[in-house]
Design a protein around this ligand. Structure first.
Ligand SMILES: [Zn+2]
Length: 551
């Protein structure tokens, strides 16, 4: 996703994502049973592993209803007879079949408990078909508030989209709504709409059926790779299509663009931004993770979202983010924020996905950080540094970046700029650009198409860097304090220490003394260094996200 809203208040921009008191209260109040069911691996989820989804859904704009089914193919990991399937009211499951049998089920809020006729043995492949229908939740503010948007385009035609990050895909279709399990063999999505409309979903369009009698069309889309639930989307409108071939690290990538008819001219010009985005990220992260499923940009009536192989776009065909500059330094106008940020999620978010929503910084911290890598690739290191450092102004340090495990509660919106600045800081701790590049590529290769935890990412980077970064991660992900570096110069003597740090924090710092760069390793304990000459100049490298105080 993207940071929610930036409001200009005098010259400062304030992050509006998580509103102060209400949010802090939400983080400390006790976890409800519904949150546990949504956000944890319950016993009714852990005995089976997703293999495939086959979603068929009809969108009925006149009545604002959905009607469809999801055939869920899964492997039993151990014996089981009771299954959790998620679908949020006011949608309802109407029938569940397993082979020739109709299964019993009962509802508990957002969850359905599905009872098999008899216990299924371990190690078998099974399939159930879940039929559902109803009037789904309408999104009040896509993409930050999930649901269906039954909109109209500028010319009055239907423009209907789904968004569900956070609240979960079960707001519009029945599934196993937890990040830890993705369908290993991918997903088919067949969308039926009034015949004058076009439906665009993830992956490749396999075929289109036209039922002239009913005046309906069905668009059959297919994804071959594992896909996270919130990355699944359907967009319906008066779409036209154009495409290009991108010669990338994985061969020839099919790149498709789906925009409304009246947007085509602007898109043909502006989407030249996309190939150079892919080029930058294939350099930093390795090949695009879903060549089989192609890549596309799809126009939507909200700013954007990282829907897998189907990045949605609503940034007005202009650079910046809704005509603003995220860093306040000018560099943000050198690129289209939505194309760059959301495409970065194909690597961090879709290729490497969080198991638990508390670890969402893995998506957003790296995506924020990727913006500066894009800038570095195309405009040089100085602009890149200025950009990522510039985004510090929207860090709030309200609550930790890591949220509450097992509850689908995300951490602070700081996961974007603070996550990005933590990664930028770590690059400067490692102080070896070739090694850092190999870590970024290595993450994507070694966690290819996997779901992961923060601990896995931390220990991977620590191991590859050969530096214990555990306290650095603790400081920036699990506390709200920014390290304070205090120093004093007295003739030839420099004394310094950290304050406001987690126990054992001793992050090396690159400093300049009389024009000469060196590395010091402050800690909470005061240290003193003697130099050969009087210290006339002393600076801390600006790339480290700390505060500095001269005594
Ligand atoms: Zn994002």
């Amino acid at each position: 996703m993207i940071i929610q809203k930036l409001k200009i208040v005098a010259i400062a921009l304030l992050l509006q994502m998580h509103l102060d008191a209400a949010y802090l209260f939400a983080q400390t109040k006790s976890i409800t049973r519904q949150e546990t069911l949504r956000g944890s691996v319950t016993p009714e989820r852990e005995w089976w592993d997703l293999l495939h989804y086959q979603l068929k859904v009809e969108f009925l704009p006149d009545t604002r209803r959905l009607k469809g089914s999801n055939t869920i193919t899964f492997k039993t990991l151990k014996p089981g007879s009771k299954m959790q399937i998620d679908l949020q009211p006011p949608l309802s499951i109407t029938k569940i079949t397993h082979g020739d049998s109709q299964l019993k089920f009962e509802r508990e809020g957002n969850v359905y408990w599905v009872m098999f006729e008899k216990e299924l043995a371990a190690g078998t492949e099974e399939k159930i078909e879940v039929s559902y229908e109803g009037v789904p939740v309408v999104s009040r503010n896509p993409p930050w508030v999930g649901g269906i948007t039954w909109g109209r385009d500028d010319l009055g035609e239907h423009f209907i989209v789904t968004t569900c990050q956070g609240i979960g895909a079960s707001i519009w279709w029945p599934n196993k709504d937890h990040g830890s399990d993705e369908p290993d063999r991918g997903m088919q999505t067949s969308v039926t709409v009034p015949e004058q409309l076009v439906a665009v979903s993830n992956g490749r369009l396999k075929k289109t059926d036209h039922n002239a009698g009913d005046k309906k069309k069905t668009f059959h889309w297919e994804v071959l790779n594992p896909i996270n639930n919130y990355g699944v989307n359907v967009n319906i409108g008066n779409y036209v299509h154009f495409s290009e071939k991108y010669k990338g690290k994985g061969g020839v990538l099919d790149v498709d663009y789906w925009v409304l008819a009246h947007q085509k001219e602007a898109a043909l010009k502006h989407f030249k931004e996309l190939p150079r985005t892919l080029e930058a990220f294939e350099h930093w992260f390795g090949k695009y993770p879903f060549y089989e499923d192609s890549f596309k940009l799809v126009a939507v009536p909200y700013p954007g979202m990282e829907h897998q192989s189907s990045v949605t776009y609503g940034n007005w065909f202009r650079n910046g983010y809704l005509q603003r500059d995220m860093c306040g330094c000018g560099v943000g106008f050198k690129f289209d924020f939505i194309i760059v940020h959301e495409s970065a999620h194909e690597w961090f978010g879709n290729n490497i996905s969080m198991k638990d929503a508390a670890d969402m910084w893995i998506h957003e911290g790296f995506a924020n950080y990727s913006e500066n890598l894009f800038v570095e690739y195309h405009f040089g290191k100085k602009d890149a540094e200025t950009y990522v450092i510039g985004t510090r102004r929207i860090i709030r340090n309200d609550v930790p970046i890591i949220g509450v495990y097992g509850s689908n509660r995300e951490g602070s919106g700081d996961m974007y700029p603070k996550g990005g600045n933590m990664l930028h800081t770590i690059r400067y701790i490692i102080n070896d650009d070739a090694k850092w590049l190999s870590i970024l590529r290595g993450l994507n290769a070694d966690f290819w198409h996997q779901t992961v935890t923060t601990e896995q990412i931390e220990s991977y980077i620590t191991k590859k860097a050969g530096i214990d970064l555990s306290r650095v991660f603790d400081q920036y992900l699990r506390s709200t304090n920014i390290p304070l570096f205090k120093f004093k110069v007295n003739g030839k003597t420099l004394s310094f220490n950290y304050e406001r740090v987690v126990k054992g924090f001793a992050m090396p710092l690159r400093v300049s003394v009389n024009g000469k760069e060196s590395v010091i390793t402050p800690s909470e304990t005061r240290q003193t260094m003697e130099f050969a000459d009087e210290i006339k100049q002393f600076d801390v490298n600006r790339n480290f996200y700390i505060e500095v105080a001269k005594e």
